[in-house]
Design a protein around this ligand. Sequence first.
Ligand code: CAO
Length: 455
Amino acid sequence: MASIDIFVPDIGDFDEVTVIELMVKVGDTVKADQSLITVESDKASMEIPSSHAGVVKEIKVKLGDKVKQGSLVVLLEGEGAGAAPAPAAAPVPAAAAPAQISVPNVPAAPVAVAQAAPVSVAVAALPAAPAAAVPAHNPTTAPVGLPHASPSVRKYARELGVPLNEVKGSGLKGRITDSDVQAFTRSVMSGAVQTLAGAAQNKATGGGDGAGLGLIPWPKVDFAKFGPIERKELSRIKKISGANLLRNAIMIPAVTNHDDADISDLEAFRVSTNKENEKSGVKVTMLAFLIKACVAALKKFPEFNSSLDGDALIYKQFYHIGFAADTPNGLMVPVIKDADKKGIMQISVEMGELAKKARDGKLSPAEMTGASFTISSLGGIGGRYFTPIINAPEVAILGVCKSSMQPVWDGKAFQPRLMLPLSLTWDHRVIDGAAAARFNVYLGQILGDFRRVLL
Ligand code: CAO
């Protein structure tokens, strides 16, 4: 076995550079052209490759050492000792080097050296062809604010598709390490962080083109080709609620159960109550009864009044019911606080006030937060059933549509009954289908005979 000395080659314009990374250790088997160390000047970092294959016998530099052309880097045990040094390739002007390129193991071809790097190779032993020390980036052509990272970290980031300029470095002077790249990848995968490119794509496509999910790109259509068009920006509320709805629709394994409640008697009571209270100016709609009925069902089925917290459930002992309100600017969800402690009339009054504030854009943040369950009623408009999206971090939402007279079989004959369509969407991580069906049945029983609320 022959001993081979590996020296720092011609590193172009740099007098002295600092060793910032040892890429091999004693006993490692290295191939020709394999990077041994990373060095860094105040302008660029580059890897110093081995000119020969062999086993690392001794490392002659340590982190922080200043080295220059001709400094001894590593002693290798291998073949080819005693050969004359290779002629150094002429340094290439920095401007000729491509920016942002880090190619740790560039084939040792003179042309590649000339094009890729402002450095050339000089080794004690004669290599088959000079190996290249390849710059991680070239400051003359690199974009402003190029992240500080070694070529191997850059390569690692490229392989993972990580945009290095978005990664925060935890190393010396903010240098980005392998662990920083891994941590960034983990946070993007968990959804905690979005890459700038992902955010830009979402913006361009109205909130999600599926790129982050590995889906095919959102179709881009020039609608003007097919007829006249007008482009209008989404309202601020629509932009905010849209992002929330998208997240909730994607992240929650949601299921919707549909059912009907017989509200014939309740509707008769509601109409007579309104007649009696005509002078008060307070109108009671079915929604106020629904809020009260839902509180009773939430008390009986507490998991519907909970939120997920990692592997735990937070059971709320308050009953704050949100209700979706249609406003000229988009959907808003004011909240009736402590609905369990309020009567139908008080709920009706508050609902009227909150709905008006919502339409006038005057709801305070406190009036829109803290809900433990939400109801979305389209009853005043129409429709039969729909699939409402859960208002995270809540775990269920009740959708209500317009009641209508239906023939209901009473065991002997069909009876005309006023039926209210209910659509309950629930988070399957927290609630099972059987519980959801029971919730709907119980809700139907209460709406069918409101005296049950007292039980
Ligand atoms: N079946 C039949 N009629 C119903 C009904 C139902 N389920 N619910 C309400 N109605 C009737 C009311 O009794 C009222 O009748 P009158 O005009 O004869 O008195 C009429 O429909 C209008 O009611 P309303 O909508 O003004 O009142 P509300 O209490 O039912 O609802 C509010 C208030 C703020 C929730 C509602 O105005 C609203 O904004 N609804 C839309 C919610 C929404 O957009 N949901 C979708 C979210 S997902 O995009």
